[in-house]
Design a protein around this ligand. Sequence first.
Ligand SMILES: Cc1cc2nc3c(=O)[nH]c(=O)nc-3n(C[C@H](O)[C@H](O)[C@H](O)COP(=O)(O)O)c2cc1C
Length: 358
Amino acid sequence: MNYPKLFEPLQVGELSLRNRIVMAPMTRSRATDDDRVTDLHRLYYQQRANAGLIVTEGVHPSADGKGYNRTPGIYSPQQVDDWRAVTEAVHGEGGLIACQLMHCGRVGHADNKAVGTEFLAPSAIAARAEIFTEGGMKPMPVPRAMTLKDIARVIDDYRKATENCMAAGFDGVELHAASGYLPAQFLASESNLRDDAYGGSIDNRLRFIREVLGVMIDVAGAGRVGLRISPGNPYNDHVDATPEDTYGALLDLAESLGLAWVHAIRMPSTGIDSLQLTRDHYRGVLIGSDSFDAQEADSCIANGDVDAVSFGRAYIANPDLAQRFAADAPLNKMDKKTIYAGTGAAGYTDYPAMDTGA
Ligand SMILES: Cc1cc2nc3c(=O)[nH]c(=O)nc-3n(C[C@H](O)[C@H](O)[C@H](O)COP(=O)(O)O)c2cc1C
């Protein structure tokens, strides 16, 4: 065995992972017009059930929470039924799967979501960035600043979405608090100019996430709830004056809530060591992400930098990634053109497994 640490089992809260290889959450834009997953998604995740844990693509907890086109939701009974087919297929292969709840807030474009839905954010400030639409790249809109009533309703949307995740058979839920989406918009000093209990001090800017995690834990139990972070990542105009302090406080919260895992994206260009920052504040399971190969993942687990590693792009192109790592076999190359391409199988479920000569 070339990478023995990667193949050690790991307890993550209530979840018993058979290896430390996690499939990273990846938006693939293949859902139907009514935000539903299909048989194609079922097959895609089933093919990748060799991971110790799959984290799904970002899934919106409400129609307002959608930002990108052809992304799935988990707010209607039909969506729950569709996702149940996915979780059953993964469980049938002995795998585990968590749903990533992703509310985009101000990130998105009206072309990408249903008529009558809104862009909600802590403050009425547009993200200075463009987003893909079927009509090309377009600037992001000015969102509506959430009232206290809106905040309570959106937190309740997360509660219902977590209930739906459990009803659909997911093993856990991951709150997407990275990359400039709604939770990160509340956290960051430049996108949150509120003067009420949800803005101002770091503790106030944390309140939204604290309450969202609270309802997720109410429903699923802390042992099934994870948190995704990318401190200092400027994606989607995510700008905070003191990211190390802000994310340090968020990680203290993760520790005090006893979250099952923190899934940290490393990004050396930010000047912040997000893996070390997580270790400094949080004693639970740390899943590291970004540009790992099997060798580096194995040695980072061996020396205690992380407990598990997630693989994104490698899983797009290699449905049998864990088997390939076990055999130290070469990896397929990812075709960039088909990452988000339409609803078809091309570049989604048609990457070949390795030839085992069987
Ligand atoms: C096509 C694509 C879609 C992604 N979508 C999401 C997403 O929905 N949620 C999320 O937290 N990260 C998302 N990411 C980031 C990945 O989870 C991961 O952090 C990133 O790809 C770096 O890991 P890698 O080097 O192993 O690919 C996405 C990445 C890619 C390539």
